[in-house]
Design a binder for this molecule. Structure first.
Ligand SMILES: Nc1nc2c(ncn2[C@@H]2O[C@H](COP(=O)(O)OP(=O)(O)O)[C@@H](O)[C@H]2O)c(=O)[nH]1
Ligand SMILES: [Mg+2]
Length: 340
């Protein structure tokens, strides 16, 4: 998909505000582009749309691979969309980096699309995989802008799905108002294997697969997790992490989940938590963006390249340690800048 020209930015913004999904998809492509010209156009588009953003509940979905995150989003997303909610799903997929480079078959997203096949066809839904690119700056700034675009297009419920590897829970928690942790049923023993940190950031824990011969185990797990979270410090006085046993496949527990979401939103608004979170989300994206910009500048500025070559020599000749040289590079960068 080709990003739009400058002249059409305003009409793109209009189309997007009207809820045109093609316009939204096009806008996201523009925002994701690293091309400098596209960045300028993307900024102009965001400028148009920023005032219309903010009205959704931003929900992070985390949990180990195979827990049923995509299946849950298909079921619960469709359930909400049937009730006339506008539902967007952004799937952060680390494997898409490989696919962009032309290796790999891109199974993860293909698999997710088929797994969210009901939601994908719903007129009130929008699904978008978001490449994580593996950049130092992380995904936050681009995902942040994608969130703005979805909200401007009228989506009131945003889900950001991540795979449960390493940093991704923390990243997604930094971008969202509420974190839902989806877990498979587990025996009492393996419960201890779940990292405490993940449970501490979760606002709602869903124990999935409460159906067939895993139903009993799921309900028992839910009880165990319920007891476990009661021992953890709470994020704030007015909210206690709920634990619900559900079945994404059999569509059980969706009413209850919706009820908790409503309560969460209500409480987050009245307690001031939401406003505070939104500031933190923006500031986090700002810092990531700043890191990324500086990083790129350090690696691409031609004048700095010369200085760095000289500093390499100084290190080689034992006139400076790498740390001293790095400090000199920063000073040179600022001196460079002050000269204009
Ligand atoms: N029995 C049962 N299986 C489920 C349920 N939800 C998902 N699954 C299965 O678990 C597997 C992983 O599901 P998926 O949604 O791709 O998990 P994800 O990796 O967390 O996105 C698939 O084979 C699903 O059919 C459920 O509620 N009950
Ligand atoms: Mg998935």
């Amino acid at each position: 998909m080709m990003p739009p020209s400058t002249a059409s930015i305003e009409s793109l913004a209009d189309e997007l505000r009207r809820g045109n999904r093609r316009a939204l998809a096009q806008a996201i492509t523009l925002v994701e582009s690293t091309h400098p010209e596209h960045r300028v156009r993307a900024q102009s588009l965001i400028q148009h749309l920023l005032p219309a953003s903010g009205a959704s509940l931003r929900i992070g979905i985390s949990g180990p691979p195979g827990a049923g995150k995509s299946t849950f989003l298909d079921a619960f997303g469709s359930y909400l969309a049937d009730k006339n909610h506008k539902v967007a799903v952004l799937a952060i997929d680390p494997s898409s980096v490989q696919r962009q480079q032309g290796s790999g078959s891109g199974g993860a997203i293909l698999g997710d699309k088929t797994r969210m096949s009901t939601l994908a066809l719903h007129k009130n839904a929008f699904i978008r995989p978001s490449p994580s690119r593996g950049m130092l700056g992380g995904t936050a700034p681009k995902t942040y802008e994608t969130i703005i675009l979805c909200e401007a297009a009228g989506y009131d419920t945003l889900f950001i799905e991540t795979v449960g590897v390493g940093q991704s829970e923390v990243n997604v928690a930094n971008l969202t108002d509420m974190l839902i942790l989806i877990l498979p049923p587990a025996s009492g023993d393996s419960l201890q294997g779940i990292k405490r940190g993940i449970m501490e950031v979760a606002d709602l824990i869903l124990i999935n697969k409460a159906d067939g011969n895993t139903e009993k185990m799921a309900r028992l797990s839910a009880q165990n997790y319920h007891a476990a979270v009661r021992l953890l410090p709470q994020k704030r006085d007015s909210w206690h992490t709920s634990v619900i046993a559900i079945s994404a496949l059999a569509k059980k527990g969706l009413d209850e989940t919706e009820h908790v979401l409503k309560q969460f939103k209500q409480d987050a608004q009245t307690s001031g938590y939401l406003a505070n979170e939104r500031n933190k989300q923006a500031q986090n994206a700002f810092w990531q963006s700043l890191h990324q910009t500086l990083y790129e500048h350090l690696h691409t500025e031609p004048k700095l390249k010369k200085i760095i070559q000289q500093l390499y020599k100084r290190i080689e000749q034992k006139q400076a340690t790498p740390q001293q040289a790095a400090n000199d590079a920063i000073l040179a960068l600022y001196a460079q800048h002050n000269k204009g």
